[in-house]
Design a protein around this ligand. Structure first.
Ligand SMILES: Cc1cc2nc3c(=O)[nH]c(=O)nc-3n(C[C@H](O)[C@H](O)[C@H](O)COP(=O)(O)OP(=O)(O)OC[C@H]3O[C@@H](n4cnc5c(N)ncnc54)[C@H](O)[C@@H]3O)c2cc1C
Length: 387
């Protein structure tokens, strides 16, 4: 029987293989690296070599030829084993997808093989300090200067800039006839003169840091532009659906890790005559978390299925819903897991408290819970827009 609700044997095998790899590293490795401010390059490199990082990218450029469904399995399983590699959301999922779908032949050859095997990384920059959730307000502008572009602007919260070979920036160009600004995507190598970045101190235990970026008349060749100057919005959305699906996978992996830790603890910890897991005060909330995680996962699988089938519009609604559901399920699950462990919920040994802030990322980024509720209210329910 073939159904998107029943995972194929290939996908189950991928899940197991990624889990096996990630468990060899585990949460202790991941959190020790993150706390020391070090990168998790060994894991990244191994996952790249095994083909997991580029599983969604086309085979002719070194990828696995599968889809976002497979890449979301990779991230979910890494997270479940305690190694949620945030850059998977950005490098292969957003940047890889956009270049594979809209890049020139030369851009594909230049970037995709490296993104696929993990030897090159790309960050993604859309958020700006004065625009925030309102990406229509971004002011990073690319002006023509002869054949070249000059890119100027400021970005904030950009993940992994220090480890990236280049950043795919969302800027705007001026329409020659109307003078209106329209979105456009540019690949900017990190060593380009005029490109500066500074880390933002964050309360997160993650291997990737977030950066402010300053672009001051950054001179780019004509071929830094990805795709069609007049179709920037469409191309952008092609990258944002995978971003939401992958953020759901990020949240769900963390939630599953926390739930497994809590359940294991609740089965063995005794302070009265029975294990604490026998008390419904703990058992029921944990059971609720298991249900919510599974429901969010189904929504993520639906979104990935629609996206991989080429239905960008339906995938948009499903990806937003999946990101929301997974973010909420993860926040509640980690909160309940911490509670289940009592004082141990806050020790570094069990590593759960660090997940409290990690799960908040899935509520805020790449689009906040409130903006998803706005989207569903307006587009799914047809209610008037409030802003
Ligand atoms: C760990 C981390 C990693 C990130 N990585 C990247 C990255 O790699 N690249 C990148 O481009 N960005 C990245 N971001 C940025 C992220 O996408 C933004 O933080 C997010 O889009 C929200 O924008 P903001 O922080 O400016 O919040 P704001 O837009 O200022 O929103 C603040 C609050 O107001 C609410 N709000 C705003 N407008 C409305 C409204 N109309 N109705 C109801 N509520 C509203 C929001 O929901 C939110 O709760 C990252 C953020 C984090 C935390």
């Amino acid at each position: 029987m073939s159904s998107p609700l029943i995972e194929s044997t290939e996908r189950q095998a991928l899940r197991r293989a990624v889990g096996d790899l990630a468990r060899r590293y585990g949460p202790a490795y991941f959190q020790a690296k993150a706390r020391a401010g070090e990168a998790t390059d060994e894991l990244w490199a191994e996952a790249g070599k095994l083909g997991y990082l580029g599983v969604n990218l086309p085979t002719e450029y070194g990828g696995g030829g599968a889809g976002i469904a497979e890449l979301s399995i990779v991230l979910e399983e890494l997270g479940t084993a305690g190694c949620p590699l945030l850059m998977l959301i950005v490098s292969p999922a957003i940047c890889g997808t956009v270049i594979a779908r809209f890049g020139t032949e030369q851009q594909k050859q230049q970037w995709l093989p490296g993104l696929a095997d993990g030897t090159r990384r790309m960050a993604f920059g859309i958020t700006e300090p004065d625009a925030g959730s309102n990406s229509h307000r971004i002011t990073t502008v690319a002006r023509r200067d002869g054949e070249d572009w000059l890119l100027t602007g400021r970005k904030v919260f950009i993940s992994g800039v220090d480890r990236a070979d280049a950043v795919l920036f969302v800027g705007r160009t001026e329409d020659a006839t109307t003078g209106k600004l329209k979105p456009a995507l540019f690949i900017v190598p990190r060593d380009t003169p005029g490109f500066e970045y500074q880390p933002i101190p964050m309360e997160l235990v993650t291997a990737e840091r977030q950066f402010q970026v300053f672009l001051d008349d950054v001179r780019l060749p004509a071929d830094a532009l990805v795709g069609d100057e007049n179709a920037g919005l469409l191309q952008l959305f092609a990258g944002l659906n995978p971003e939401r699906i992958m953020t759901a996978a990020f949240s769900l992996g963390i939630a599953r890790q926390a739930l497994a830790t809590a359940v294991e603890y609740a089965k063995t910890r005794k302070v009265w005559d029975t294990p604490i897991g026998a008390h419904q005060g703990l058992a029921h909330p944990l059971a609720q978390c298991a249900i919510e995680v599974e429901l969010a996962r189904l929504m993520m699988q639906k979104a990935a299925h629609l996206y991989d089938a080429g239905d960008d519009v339906a995938a948009g609604e499903a990806a937003n819903m999946a990101k929301y559901a997974a973010g909420e399920a993860a926040c509640r699950t980690v909160d309940q897991a911490v509670q289940t462990l009592g004082g141990n919920g806050l020790t570094q040994e069990y590593g759960l408290a660090a997940l409290l802030t990690a799960t908040r990322v899935g509520r805020v980024a790449p689009v906040s819970r409130e903006m998803i509720l706005n989207y569903v209210a307006q587009h799914t329910l047809g209610l008037p827009r409030s802003y």
